[in-house]
Design a protein around this ligand. Structure first.
Ligand code: PLP
Length: 463
């Protein structure tokens, strides 16, 4: 078998085990048989995450919880939340999700929000809101300023909307350099963004300073709390030293917090919150002249499933404050064990001052962190590989808090570092593309390859 066949089998593992459909089957397939096929896929694909060997991605890991949410989802899976006359429960669920998240991030009586399909939609919608608000004050060539670590969905949104992005560097603490951000602002700047915490390193940017800068310049500030927003309130309650990052900070005008991450809801929801209703108005679309009728829509989506909103609401009220607190306790304790263990390994350096997501890199040139990742992969761990600088991160979620997981990880990490040291100079299998970018030609080639991967993701498996 050629390497190419191996690659294709890895990318399309079901191509020889099940029918590869290119048209709808003439006759309906047996439901039980189809369900059994899907269950087998789900069980196989979930197994690594269920063992707690995956960084991030799966936040609850409790299959009883998922099963229950699935049951709730089924009640309204078919319902379209646009049709509020038929499904007024959607108003209850959506408004209460927003209220419960607002309560956690200290929104006052004027604060408000919407539920979106996920972090990316929340971030892109916030950008749209600020662009529309700025248009009213005559901004025609909008730009935004954020640190290089802000989530890339923001760059995607800016790209889609023709907004110029001005990336600010980081300080030695790996958080936003606010002085550099100040230098990038001009009269066409529509908003500033900071993360709490950022995807790569899990760190909180100096939100108070960025917000003060935004207020001084008369522009808005969005805090991306998609990842950490539903964890920090519990960290504070548990006595961890967490800088202010939410609506208690004057100048913070919007916040995103993903219910489908540490809210333990099913995938497909996030909360986008605003300090006041006037700002939210800018994301609304209303069109009274359409032959199809008066059209009003709060955001990007048209039809949306009532199932997701109902199940997100159910996830929150059945987890309860005590449930969130005890989950967070386990997450912070496990992350502390992992952080301290990494700090004790010769050759590794923890990035910044992390609380739940621990990013680490090699502290010397002859240790390739991607070789470390290769060895971790072989040992059955799935880390997230970062670049600029080369690093890995372990985003701790509930499945990782299972007894023994952190200790097993640290043992395998030490062996992985030994492997990398013994194999110095060998090209790593993971992150092998790294180092190729950074030049216009290199980036162009990488873009082409990455677009090819996206094409492949939309192809039926080859015979
Ligand atoms: C800080 C941060 N913002 C935004 C996102 C994007 O969220 P989503 O994948 O739900 O679109 C992520 C995803 O991990 C994130 O970590």
């Amino acid at each position: 078998m050629s390497e190419f066949d191996d690659f294709i089998d890895g990318f399309y593992p079901y191509r020889k085990q099940s029918i590869n459909y290119r048209r709808i089957p003439d006759e309906p397939r047996d439901r039980a048989e189809v369900l059994a096929e899907i269950k087998a896929m789900a069980r196989a694909e979930d197994s690594m995450g269920d063992e707690g060997r995956v960084s991030g991605s799966l936040y609850s890991g409790d299959h009883e919880h998922y099963g229950y949410l699935g049951e709730v989802f089924a009640q309204f899976s078919h319902a379209n939340v646009l049709q509020r006359d038929m499904y007024p429960s959607a108003t209850k669920f959506e408004a209460e999700i927003v209220a419960m998240v607002l309560d956690l991030v200290n929104g006052d009586a004027n604060a408000c929000g919407v539920v979106t399909s996920g972090g990316s939609e929340s971030l892109i919608t916030a950008l749209y809101t600020y662009r529309e608000a700025a248009r009213e004050r005559g901004v025609t060539k909008p730009n935004v300023v954020w640190p290089i670590t802000a989530h890339v969905a923001l760059d995607k949104g800016a790209h889609w909307m023709g907004i110029e992005v001005r990336h600010a560097p980081l300080t030695e603490a790996y958080t936003a350099d606010v002085g550099a951000m100040a230098d990038l602002i001009d009269d066409q700047t529509i908003a500033l963004v900071g993360s709490a915490g950022d995807y790569g390193h899990g760190l909180i940017d100096p939100i108070e300073e960025i917000a003060a800068l935004a207020a001084e310049r008369g522009i808005g500030m969005h805090v991306d709390g998609c990842l950490g927003g539903l964890l920090w309130p519990w960290a504070e309650a548990l006595g961890y030293d967490i800088p202010l990052w939410d609506f208690r900070v004057p100048g913070v005008t919007s916040i995103s917090a993903d219910t489908h991450k540490y809210g333990y809801a099913l995938k497909g929801t996030s909360a986008l919150l605003y300090r006041d209703k006037d700002l939210r108005r800018h994301q609304y679309f209303t069109y009274p002249d359409w032959p199809g009728g008066l059209y009003l829509s709060p955001g990007l989506a048209g039809s949306r499933s009532g199932g997701l909103i109902a199940s997100t609401w159910a996830a929150m009220v059945t987890t309860g404050r005590s449930g969130y607190l005890s989950a967070a306790r386990g997450i912070f304790e496990t992350a502390t064990t992992i952080r301290e263990g990494i700090e004790a390994i010769d050759g590794l350096q923890v990035i910044g001052d992390p609380k739940f997501l621990v990013a680490f890199m090699a502290d010397r040139d002859d240790l390739d962190i991607y070789l470390v990742n290769d060895a971790l992969k072989k040992a059955g761990w799935r880390m997230n590989a970062l670049q600029l600088p080369a690093a890995l991160h372990f985003c701790v979620t509930r499945p990782n808090t299972r007894p023994g997981v952190a200790e097993a990880f640290l043992e395998d990490l030490q062996s992985a570092v030994d492997y990398a040291a013994a194999n110095a100079g060998t090209p790593a299998e993971s992150g092998a593309m790294y180092g190729f970018g950074g030049t216009p030609q290199g980036n162009q080639t990488i873009n082409m390859l990455m677009s090819g991967v996206l094409d492949a993701m939309h192809e039926v498996a080859p015979e």
